[in-house]
Design a protein around this ligand. Sequence first.
Ligand code: ADP
Ligand code: ZN
Ligand code: ZN
Length: 661
Amino acid sequence: MADSAQYLDIVFDVPIRDNPVFTYRMDPKGEAALGKRVMAPFGRREMTGYIIGQRDEAPAALSAGSIKAVRRVVDGEPVFDSGDVELAKWMAGYYLCGLGEALAAMIPSGRRVGGYSSFDDDEDIAQAALSLSEEQEKALAAITAPAEKPPPFYLYGITGSGKTEVFLRAAESAIREGKSVIYLVPEISLTHQTAEAIGKRFGPVAATIHSGMSPSKRLTEWVRIRAGEVHIVVGPRSAVFAPVKNLGLIIIDEEHDGSYKSGNTPRYHARQVAMRRVATSGARLVMGSATPSAEAWKLMKDGGIKRLDLTRRLSGGSPPEIIPVSLEHTEGCLTGELKDEIRKTAQLGRQSILFLNRRGFAYFYHCKQCGFELSCKHCSVSLTYHKSKGRAVCHYCGYSVVPPKACPECGSLEAGFAGFGTEMIEEEVARTFPELRLRRADADTTGRKGSLAETLDIFKAGGMDILLGTQMVAKGLNFPGVRLVGVVLADTGLHMPDFRAAERTFSLIVQVAGRAGRYFPDGKVIVQTLRPHDPAITRACALDVEGFFTAELAQREMLGFPPYTRLIRFTLRSKEAERADGAIARLASIATPLIPRDADVLGPAECPIGIMSGNHRRQLILRGKTMGTLHTAARAILDRYDKGRDAKAYLEVDVDPVSLL
Ligand code: ADP
Ligand code: ZN
Ligand code: ZN
C-alpha cells in the first residue's frame, strides 16, 4: 500500500439531503479507491458505501481514533469515476436528493465483478444498404455538421418515416470519429429484436442493458462499457448514465414516453440528465417522436431545439382513416361501426386489434340507491372487478375482495359494477363473434415470461383474428395482416385530475393510429369515445399535432402550467392521517414566507389519490417561472423542514413532476 491515502470519503444511499460525506479508515490491504463500493458500518447497520474521495488526514472535526474502518471492499475495479461523481452532485442538486441516492441510481447494484469475457471481433457487421431519402439526408447532415455548440435536434415524423435509420447513421458517424453513443428507448419497446438489430449493425462494440437482466449481468456490461470496449449502448432510462468513453451522441427515441421519468427517488428525467451530460461533454443530443412532449414542442417553437421534419412514410402504406365514434347510446362496449368493421376485416381474411388501456372486467362498483362505491381498503381508488378471479382488485396495492351481491351500505340490490375493462371486452367480442379466434394480452394474461411474445408470434403468423389488450398489443400494429385497429375507449385518461391528461390521451391515439397502416393502404382505425367533441380526441383523429399543441399550449399558458412554469412537488405520506395533515401544515407554514416573488404555492391539499397502500398522502406544489429561484426556495424550505421533522411522516420531493396523482 506504500504511500496510499489513509482515509476514505464515503456516501451512502440514504435520504439525507445536505449530502454528508462520511470519513472511514482505509482497509488494511489498501484495495479501496475512488469509484469502488465498500461495506461499512453505518449507524447500527452495515451498508454499501460509495467511495468518492481519499484523504491523508482526518477532517479537523474528527479525532483520528474515533474513525471507523470499512469492513470490506466490494469491487475489484472501480465502477464509477470522478466524472460520475460530478454528475451525481448535479443530480443531487437538481433533484434535491442525497448524493449517495444519486450515485446509487446511476450504478447497477450487482455484486462484485471479477472478470468478463469480451466478444470475438470477427462477427459479421451488416452494411447499411438503404440510400437515404432527401429528408433523411438533410436531417443527418444537420445532426453531424461541425458546430461549436450544436443545439439539441428533434426528428419529428410519424412511425415509418425513417427516424431509426437516421439515428443509426448518426451513431455510425459518431463511432467513426472515435466517439461513443448512448441510444435510449422506452422500456417496453426494448425487445430482443432491437438489441439484435443493433448488434447486427454494430457488432461486438454494442451493448444492451435492460430491466430483464440480473443486476450482476448489468454490472458486468457496465464494467465492459467503462473499459471502453463498447461504443454504443442501447437501453431504457438508466442507460443515460452508461459510462462510455468519449461520449459523442445521445439518442432519445420516443422522447414523449413516460418511462423516461423515474418513479423513485431520485425522480430524474432521462431527457434532463441527457441534456446535462451533453452540456458537460460537448456531445450531441438527438431526440425523436411522432408526438413530442409539450415541453419539447415549445422548445422547438422557441428555437431551443432544432426540429428536423420527416414528413414521408418510407415503409410504404399511408396513414389509415381514423374515425371517432360516440359510445354514448351503445349498449355494451362495441358500437355498430366497430362491429361492422371487425366483421368486414374478417371477411377480407385480415386481422383486428382492439385496444383498451384498462385491464380487468369492470371498472367500479356503484350503488344506484345510496351512491356507495367500493374502494380499496388501503388506497382511495375504486376496485376493479376481475371476473376470472372472481374478485375486485386494487391496481395500486393488490388488495382484493369478493364483490358484494348487495350494497354493503344500504342493502340495495341495485348495486354493481359499471365501466369496462379488457376482460369484459373479451367476453363481449367472443359472444358477438363466436367464429373468430381471439386472444387477450394484458398484465393479467402475460404474467408468465415469454407469453406475450408467444401471443404476438401466433398473431403475426395469422393464428388468430383478433388481438385484444392494453398498450402491450401496440407492437402487433406493425404486422402486415392487420387492417383494423379499434380503440375501445379513448378517454380512459381524460378525466384524470392532471394537467397532462389531454396530452397523454392525444399522444396515445396518434401513436396507435400512426403505427397502424404501415403495411396496408386501406387501414382503418375506429376510436370509440364518450367525448366525441373533446379537442384531444378530434385533433388526434385528424392527426393534427400542430393544431393540438397550439391549443394545448395556449391553455397551459393561461392556467400557468408547464412548460410555461416549472413545478416542484412535495408529497408527505403517513400511516396516520393526522400526522400527514400536521406535517403538510408545518411544511406549508415554512414555505409561505420563503416563496419568491415570481412563484406561488398550490396546496396544501390531499393528493388526488388520497390514500395509497395505507399511506395518507398530502401535497404541496411550488410553481415558478424559472427553476433557479424555485430550487433556492425549495432548498431553504427543506433545510428548515428537515430540522425537527416528524419521523413518521415521509417527505418525497419531485422536481418537474410528470404525474400529479
Ligand atoms: P421510424 O423509426 O420513423 O419508424 P424507420 O427508420 O424504422 O422509421 O423506417 C421505417 C421503415 O422504412 C423501415 O422498414 C426501414 O427499413 C425503411 N426505411 C428507412 N429509411 C429508408 C430509405 N431511405 N429508403 C427505403 N426504406 C427506408
Ligand atoms: Zn347502497
Ligand atoms: Zn389498494
